[in-house]
Ligand binder design. Structure first.
Ligand code: C5P
Length: 404
């Protein structure tokens, strides 16, 4: 959990919260980091370079050229030097420029040259923060792999109350420390994860589906990526979004599409975790037109079985590959889960029971038991899906002789 010796580029843009950047600089220096400040012209209106260079022990970079002797400030060199860049405060204008590559100041050119992870701590008035443009820019940045340090809610410079206060420097430092402490025990591993429900079309407007939210699979994808893995996430329809740049997302709708994508991807993988709630059946035929209601008559659908993705991967699994499945059971839980592990040739099965409060579909929490082929069993209390994801990876990797 150390920032000792880390090279940090601190970008400052023009917000009243820039006064907190002085404290942030001081905290980072106290933790042993080297800090290079890059400030926008608007940022300089709020805090002086004298204050910042005194705290960071380095000249503050703002112009493309040094005013005294005309030497060029190399944003490319900064991009290579940095272990991390954090823009705090990040104004709506700076976020917009970052999202769209408008490189009209040194902060943005530095961002565009950055090889290291980038964090932004937005600071602005509540209406500006909520505006569809700002939200769209944040989404774009997130998709580009930038980590957003969510602003806090409270009193703003305008004396209005709302969301838009830059996160406190102590909190930002804690987030950066957390980033550097993330384990990289999965570096070089390729992991396939399936998530979410599948939709099986009945006609152009109706489908058979289930209540899976995708949260467990997304948490697993984030955990694996944070630990250094390259992740392929095949997901059915869900409203969730991802924050880590090392996750490749493949959106599918039906079990058939998920099956095809999984079969294609799996041969290159070291491990697959199948958390998707795949529909077991689909309509034999999809009506080309919307099925009309006939007064007083029922409707019968003929359903045919979907491919079992887990069993298909179990079938083609080669030595060295690890296959992990889930079992959501309502009764006779453990016996059913063990049977499933055997039938699908899984190495581990994660059992969650619908009888447990707060476990299963849609919740942010889950309560699981991890069973292994070699006969081990670990039960956990109710935890957040993030914690469950960490325990699944810890348990399956540490007790597996297959990869390590
Ligand atoms: O048989 P059941 O659906 O309970 O098995 C659950 C496990 O099998 C989960 O890991 C799920 O993702 C996987 N599965 C699958 N393809 C199916 C059905 C289930 O991959 N068609």
């Amino acid at each position: 959990m150390s920032l000792q010796g880390k090279h940090i580029v601190l970008g400052i843009s023009g917000s009243i919260a820039a006064y907190k950047s002085a404290v942030l600089t001081r905290l980072l220096i106290k933790k042993g980091a080297e800090v290079q400040i890059v400030i926008t012209p608007a940022g300089r209106e709020f805090i002086t370079s004298v204050t910042l260079s005194a705290l960071s022990g380095k000249p503050v970079v703002s112009e493309f050229f040094a005013q005294g002797d005309g030497t060029w400030h190399s944003h490319v060199e900064l991009g290579l030097w940095a272990d991390l860049m954090v823009v705090a405060p990040a104004t709506a204008a700076t976020l917009g420029k970052m999202a769209n590559g408008i490189a009209d100041n040194m902060l943005i050119t530095t961002y565009l040259s950055m090889k290291a992870p980038v964090f932004v701590a937005p600071a602005m008035d509540l209406d500006m923060f909520q505006h569809i443009t700002t939200q769209r820019n944040l989404e774009t940045l997130q998709r580009d792999g930038v980590r957003i340090i969510d602003p806090a809610t409270g009193e703003l410079a305008s004396h209005l109350e709302g969301k838009g206060r830059m996160e406190e420097p102590e909190q930002i430092v804690a987030i950066l420390e957390q980033h550097f402490s993330e384990k990289s025990d999965l570096a070089g591993k390729r992991i396939l994860i399936t998530a979410g429900p599948t939709y099986e079309r009945i006609d152009p407007v109706r489908f058979i589906g289930n209540f899976s939210s995708g949260k467990m699979g997304f948490a697993l994808a984030e955990e694996c990526a944070a630990r250094g893995a390259e992740v392929w996430l095949i997901t059915g329809p869900t409203a969730l979004s991802l924050s880590h740049p090392a996750i490749r997302r493949i959106d599918v709708e039906s079990a058939g599409e998920m099956h095809a994508a999984a079969l294609q991807t799996f041969p290159e993988m070291d491990m697959a975790i199948l958390s998707a709630a795949v529909a077991d059946y689909r309509p034999e035929q999809m009506a080309k037109r919307k099925i009309k209601r006939t007064e007083g008559e029922g409707l019968s659908l003929t359903l045919i079985p979907n491919p079992d993705i887990a069993a298909a991967l179990g079938h083609i699994k080669r030595e060295g590959q690890l296959l992990i499945g889930f079992a959501l059971e309502t009764d006779n839980e453990e016996v059913n889960a063990l049977r499933k592990m055997e039938r699908k040739q899984l190495d581990f099965i994660i059992l969650n029971s619908l009888r447990d409060e707060g476990a299963g579909f849609g919740h942010d929490t889950n309560k699981v038991t991890i069973l292994s082929r070699s006969g081990t069993k670990r039960s956990f209390e109710l935890q957040t899906k993030k914690e469950v994801a960490r325990n699944i990876i810890d348990t399956t990797f540490s007790s597996s002789q297959i990869i390590y």
